[in-house]
Write a protein that binds this ligand. Structure first.
Ligand code: ADP
Length: 256
């Protein structure tokens, strides 16, 4: 394992990565909601969008077209409406929908540079939206950045098929603390009456959390308000973040 590089332009108190066993389970959404929640409480927050092949973070915050500033020392993250700092491959490419067809080592190198060459400034929290899955890129990122903890995002189906175990095993292998697990799309809220429906049957979250000795950090329903806000680039306006207990856990890490 090579030594973790330092970033001289940055003072980050805590760095957490958000991982999932596979794509499309809402990893970027969870990253965004945590950032929004902690920013609302007055913390300085950044997001390093390491999901290079499908970077959706700038879109959720409505900053896809923002211009990256740089000087001779560093390049600087863009700032959202509420002053969350974001760096993403999406911001460096000319076209938002241009596919990034790169080999693993180059992706891993780019992510490392997002840490070493970006002037993040002083942050309480830096969240890393990891590429989905548990391949080489993810492993390299874990070795290249000084990560304090991992948050695992899962879907009801992942819990049944135990895809979530892949993410769990990777964290264990890297010897990085697992903060806990979030189940996304766990139930549905009716947009008309607000009633909750367990469309996937009884959640397996408690069983799996007990089996793997993981803390449950939250359950997020399928909420059409969230889909709309993601599409409009207005995730900072979300009324319900559903992640209060996760935010409390992360606050304790910084405040104590
Ligand atoms: P991942 O990062 O795991 O690939 P995303 O967080 O980008 O997945 O989620 C993909 C899309 O699915 C989001 O843009 C959002 O519109 C939608 N989505 C995810 N979770 C929810 C949810 N709980 N409620 C409503 N829409 C959701």
């Amino acid at each position: 394992m090579h030594p973790i590089p330092k970033n001289e332009f940055t003072d980050v108190k805590k760095m957490y990565t958000i991982v999932s066993g596979k794509g499309g389970v809402g990893k970027s959404l969870v990253t965004s909601l945590l950032a929004v929640g902690l920013r609302r409480e007055g913390f300085e927050v950044g997001i390093l969008d390491a999901d290079i092949t499908g970077p959706s973070i700038p879109k959720m915050f409505g900053v896809s077209g923002a211009k990256i500033e740089s000087d001779s020392k560093a390049i600087y993250p863009v700032r959202t409406h509420n002053d969350i700092r974001i760096m993403s491959m999406n911001l460096l490419l000319n076209k938002e929908d241009a596919p990034v067809i790169w080999r693993g080592p180059l992706i891993a190198k780019t992510i490392e540079q997002f840490w070493t060459e970006v002037g993040w400034g002083v942050l309480d929290y830096l969240f890393i939206d990891m590429p989905p899955g548990t391949g080489d890129v993810a492993l390299t990122v874990f070795q290249s950045l000084p990560i304090d903890g991992i948050i695992i995002v899962t879907s009801p189906q992942d819990l049944v098929s135990l895809i979530v175990k892949k993410a769990y095993n990777m964290a264990k292998q890297m010897d990085i603390p697992i903060i806990g697990i979030v189940e996304n799309m766990s139930y549905v809220i009716c947009p008309h009456c607000g009633k909750e429906f367990d469309i996937f049957g009884k959640s397996k979250l408690e069983d799996v959390a007990e089996q793997l000795d993981l803390r449950i950090l939250g359950r997020i329903p399928i909420d059409s308000e969230l889909t709309k806000l993601c599409d409009k680039g207005e995730i900072e306006k979300a009324r319900n973040l559903y992640l209060d207990s996760c935010i409390e856990v992360l606050k304790r890490d910084v405040v104590e």
